[in-house]
Ligand binder design. Structure first.
Ligand SMILES: Cc1ncc(COP(=O)(O)O)c(C=O)c1O
Length: 397
């Protein structure tokens, strides 16, 4: 009898399967839920008696494979067993971590020069949940100790190194050591470096978060984030918060991220080499007042960067002799580089922090942190360096 074509016959059970061949590439499990031959299997998984996938907000094979790959990269060579949770964005990675570990009355100790979105999340959302924010100059270890001694509500130290957009470096090992002494969680946003350049878990940090949207993906075609840790005792708590808030990564973005990861090592080396050469060129240019790049031997953070980073990375910023008008004139003259509010892609990207990412930061705070109107941030790509340098040369002329 001819088979009747129904929706049911299109279900996964009917698809041809070959059990002895494996796909060369990671498959995309683009499915909201998983089907069961026997209802008992579903019941066992829901009860937690058996491992398995039921619903993609709870877990998805594509997403989990990529999360574990990044966790393995962050823990590589450290002897730690790390796990990872991919999230819908870098912002949701930060939010989920804070909501998992903190409660009303707790304080986050952080720096003034964080990524602007993170500062806004802390100041506009977390404060409404009763979580307080305190700022610290992490470049001064005595100040850190004295704050921790006087405020026992601090439960989390959260920082970025190098910072955005002035590339100031914080001593990861020193901060982690103090955090452990006071029994406080520590978290580093490792978006600018990736594990190819710096591995905070190996320096004693408890959690690493990323906007994987940036270097880890590298091609500007996926938005996602990740939380990585080796602390098993909070793993279920983080997983449960992620599942209930529902900020899970979708399999398509995870798959694109996985494609980017294949070239991560080569890209990070190339970004770093190009940024070093562009920084050297800008430093000698008469119209450039200051270059922020840790790879320059006379940079204030060169020693600490050399201690904790394997390469100096692809991010730099420089200040021209002028205000917003002059900075805009230079940016508009660039032909080859793209003006875009992101970073970490294979192509060179330009941003004017004072009028974009740091627009809502108070002018006095901004300027105190070196974010002047003449400051231009460059996410140096992996194109031929001659082309990038030539573009800056003609734009500055
Ligand atoms: C350092 C840093 N952390 C976190 C984020 C937030 O990431 P996403 O845009 O993926 O939410 C960004 C975004 O630019 C960032 O630059």
């Amino acid at each position: 009898m001819a088979k009747k074509m129904t929706i049911q016959s299109l279900c996964v059970k009917e698809l041809p399967q070959s059990h002895d061949s494996k796909p060369h590439q990671l498959p995309i499990f683009s499915t909201s839920s998983f089907a069961f031959d026997h209802i008992q299997d579903s019941a066992e998984i829901f009860r937690g008696d058996k491992e398995g996938y039921v619903y993609s907000r709870y877990g998805n094979p594509t997403v989990d494979a990529v999360a574990q790959k990044i966790a393995d990269l962050e823990a590589y060579g450290t002897g730690l067993n790390a796990y990872g949770f991919l999230t819908s964005s870098g912002m949701s990675a930060i939010s989920i971590l804070m909501m998992s570990l903190l409660k009303s009355g707790d304080t986050i100790l952080t720096q003034q020069d964080l990524y602007g979105g993170t500062t806004e999340l802390f100041q506009k959302i977390l404060v409404n949940l009763g979580i307080k924010i305190q700022y610290c100059d992490f470049y001064n270890m005595d100040e850190l100790e004295s704050i921790l001694q006087s405020n026992r509500d601090i439960k989390m130290i959260y920082f970025e190194t190098p910072s955005n957009p002035t590339l100031r470096c914080i001593d990861i090992y020193a901060v982690a050591k103090v955090a452990r002494k006071y029994g406080i969680w520590s978290c580093v946003d490792n978006t600018f470096c990736t594990p190819v350049i710096q591995q905070p878990l190996g320096q004693g940090i408890d959690f690493v978060i990323h906007s994987t949207t940036k270097y880890l993906n590298g091609h500007g075609n996926s938005i996602a984030g990740i939380i990585v840790s080796h602390h098993e005792k909070v793993k279920n708590q983080i997983g449960a918060t992620l599942k209930l808030i529902g900020a899970t990564c979708n399999p398509w973005d995870a798959w694109l991220l996985n494609n980017g990861l294949k070239t991560l090592y080569l890209r990070m080396i190339s970004h770093s080499e190009n940024a070093g050469q562009l920084a050297a060129f800008l430093k000698e240019h008469p119209k450039v007042r200051r270059v922020n790049y840790n790879g320059l031997a006379d940079n204030k953070y060169h020693d600490i960067a050399t201690k904790q980073m394997k390469y100096y990375g692809g991010m730099l910023s420089f200040e021209i002799d002028g205000n917003t008008k002059e900075a805009f004139a230079v940016i508009n003259k660039l032909n080859y580089c793209t003006v875009a509010p992101t970073l970490g892609d294979v192509d060179t990207l330009i941003l004017h922090p004072a009028s974009s990412s740091h627009l809502r930061v108070d002018k006095s705070v901004r300027e105190a942190n070196g974010i002047t109107e003449g400051l231009i941030r460059v996410s140096v790509g992996i194109e031929a360096i001659e082309d990038i340098v030539h573009d800056f040369e003609q734009a500055l002329s």
